[in-house]
Design a protein around this ligand. Structure first.
Ligand code: SAH
Length: 215
């Protein structure tokens, strides 16, 4: 009980911090209230779950900074009922935030161990999220086209399959680069061309080719 009470206080402070750092989309802030980030990390990390820091997951992967998750979610301009393709399921936290914002989320992870662990967790926490094991460079053609695409690993370039699977008028938010990653928002015009906006540099784990099997 005491633990829960402390975590609740920490969550409220995090939401205030996100507001101060420039998150204004109330739908995003409400999702941060609904989704409990501590459920997505190991219990020994619970006391840091609501700090605005990235935390280590299994297999050397990370759960992104809350600010980065909030910022990408805001750039994505999600409204209820939209379909969203996420590349890089990781902990499942970003997927849960988008689902809490009312989106139907399809999320791909290339590491089988993470895919299995997170699929189990998401099935308990939010059964609406569809998880998929595979290479995000290929997207998920089966459920395409999507209203929105969000890439949560640092991409070397914009994968053509993801552009193809985006609806006309749809938006993709993707960090692009080699060492640091420039946050880009791409809007697909009716003629198929992309309109690009740029929103500063971030650090992500790299987007790597091919799915990796559990050893
Ligand atoms: N959205 C996640 C962020 C996790 S870090 C969260 O909220 O926790 C990025 C994730 O992208 C890692 O789990 C990594 O394994 C995955 N990834 C990297 N390249 C990928 C690819 N080509 N396809 C799918 N996932 C990929």
């Amino acid at each position: 009980m005491t633990d829960n009470y402390l975590l609740l206080g920490a969550k409220k402070r995090l939401i205030e911090e996100l507001r101060q750092k420039g998150i204004t989309d109330e739908n995003v802030l409400q999702a941060f209230d609904k989704v409990e980030r501590h459920r997505f990390v190991e219990s020994f990390l619970w006391d840091r779950a609501y700090d605005d820091v990235a935390l280590k997951l299994l297999n050397g992967q990370t759960i992104s900074h809350p600010f980065t998750v909030a910022f990408q979610s805001q750039l994505l301009q999600v409204s209820k009922g939209m379909t969203v393709l996420e590349i890089g399921t990781g902990s499942g936290f970003q997927a849960a935030i988008l689902s809490a914002m009312g989106a139907r989320v399809y999320s791909v992870e290339r590491q089988q161990v993470l895919y299995q662990r997170t699929s189990k967790l998401l099935a308990q926490l939010d059964e609406r999220i569809v998880t998929w094991y595979g290479d995000g460079f290929k997207g998920i053609p089966m459920y395409a086209p999507y209203d929105r695409v969000i890439v949560t690993c640092g991409a070397p370039d914009v994968p053509p399959a993801l552009v193809q699977q985006l609806k006309p008028g749809g938006i993709m938010v993707i960090p692009v680069g080699d060492e640091s990653h420039t946050m880009k928002r791409l809007t697909k015009m009716d003629d198929g061309n992309l309109q690009e906006e740029v929103f500063g540099d971030f650090l992500f784990v790299p987007m790597l080719k091919d799915a990796v099997r559990k050893k």
